[in-house]
Design a protein around this ligand. Structure first.
Ligand SMILES: Nc1ncnc2c1ncn2[C@@H]1O[C@H](COP(=O)(O)OP(=O)(O)OP(=O)(O)O)[C@@H](O)[C@H]1O
Ligand SMILES: [Mg+2]
Length: 391
């Protein structure tokens, strides 16, 4: 069928036509929003899962929800070498431009002025980002002390007071949180902790790889009880079916039950694979309904597309020595593998392999789900590696 009408969205952070299987997470978030609007507190949320399960698109959809409710909101993505002040700073400029109206109340102007002090420390020039407002007579908090936890806390507190005036709240989203420094994560945790004690109107959602709960726990001791954790796993059979049939129905195209059953098995419910599969099925089918034969052909197409893009791009990042390590891991399938087992397979001492393991973690190819164990950050990587070896 016509590729120009393909309703699927394989990629990174591309919003799917139908965000399926995330009703529980969405409901918990909406409950948090309603609790804040009625003057109660809300537990921060932490989402974690492998590459491509749908962390970014979930955060984005929650972000859109609070935006529609006129909340003060920002979404940032952790990146190595970027600190919280600059990440939040980039987002704050837009937030402040919305808030800074000449007729705004003193509470709102105070929040604006506090946030400006937070930004100005970063660019280090007074007035580099100006809103064209005279704030000289407005009282404010100092968010330019250089202590990120304190400064960030004061900005959010003042923004929360501003939000209270319009009976809304502040929602902050942190994606790729495993990339953030310990200091920055501590600042976020401290804020979350204080927010519930002092009733800031704040909803916080943080997302990252499966290492996130461990990383958070290492940064502050009270964190296990602070967040409501949600593991984002593969979509259920129903959610996978809906992710395939709903976009097609929009184009008046149906799927046969046989094709759907096949797709559920072939994709394992991994969101990104489901989108690739949908797209490949669309390309394979001549007309509605998409049938089992189309789905079988799509499976080969989707696999080729994943092999040459998604998997290959990761594989080629590894050196030969690292590839040998990954190959030894792949014998355990989806894993995890024990570091002792890998060492035995490679005929080395575990300690001799520690640097290699560390390099692969830094490259984002593997992670350590617990001490003495490693696993792939992307689903089905083991199968891909096995194909490389037999090819
Ligand atoms: N719940 C869902 N229903 C249908 N499709 C989804 C769902 N979640 C994600 N997708 C699709 O899966 C793909 C990956 O989504 P996304 O980029 O959000 O994953 P991610 O977990 O953030 O991955 P990464 O760890 O690489 O950043 C996209 O093509 C997106 O459209
Ligand atoms: Mg993402």
């Amino acid at each position: 069928m016509d590729k120009r009408e393909d309703p699927y969205s394989p990629g990174a952070g591309r919003a799917p036509f139908a965000l399926t299987g995330r009703a529980q997470q969405t409901e918990d978030f909406e409950t948090a929003v309603l609790r804040i609007e009625s003057g109660l507190d809300a537990r921060p949320l932490a989402f974690y899962g492998l590459r491509g399960v749908g962390k970014t698109v979930l955060l984005r959809s929650l972000y859109e929800k609070v935006k529609a409710r006129k909340w003060i909101t920002a979404i940032v993505e952790g990146r190595p070498g970027k600190d919280l002040r600059s990440l939040i700073g980039e987002e704050l400029e837009e937030v402040l431009a919305d808030l800074a109206k000449p007729k705004a109340s003193q509470t709102v102007l105070k929040a604006v002025k506090t946030a400006l002090s937070f930004l100005h420390l970063q660019v280090n020039t007074e007035g580099a980002f100006s809103l064209g407002l005279d704030l000289s007579s407005v009282d404010s908090s100092n968010a330019a002390t250089g202590n990120i936890a304190g400064d960030f806390g004061r900005v959010v507190r003042d923004l929360s007071f501003a939000a209270e005036k319009s009976n809304t709240g502040v929602a902050l989203f942190f994606d790729e949180a495993q990339e953030m420094s310990t200091e920055d994560l501590q600042a976020i945790n401290t804020l979350a902790h204080r927010a519930s004690q002092e009733r800031y109107r704040l909803v916080l959602a943080i997302a990252g790889l499966p290492t996130l709960p461990g990383i958070l726990a290492e940064s502050n001791s009270y964190v296990e009880r602070l967040y409501a954790y949600h593991e984002l796993g593969p979509l259920s059979a129903e959610a996978t079916a809906a992710a395939l049939t709903e976009p097609a129905a929009f184009r008046n195209v149906e799927w046969t039950d046989g094709a759907i059953d096949f797709a559920v098995r072939a994709t394992g419910g991994f969101s990104y694979f489901v989108q690739e599969f949908g797209s490949a099925s669309w390309a394979s089918a001549k007309a509605s309904p998409i049938n089992l034969k189309d789905a079988r052909r799509a499976d080969r197409l989707a696999q080729e597309s994943l092999d040459t893009g998604f998997f290959k791009s990761r594989w080629t990042r590894a050196t030969d020595a690292q590839k040998a390590y990954l190959q030894a891991m792949s014998l355990d399938g989806e894993g995890p593998s024990t570091t002792a087992g890998i060492a035995a397979r490679l005929g080395k001492e575990p300690t001799a392999l520690s640097p290699r393991r560390a390099e692969l973690i830094t490259k984002g190819l593997i992670y350590s789900p617990r001490q003495g164990a490693v696993a792939f950050t992307v689903p089905k990587m083991a199968d891909f590696i096995k194909r490389q070896v037999t090819d």
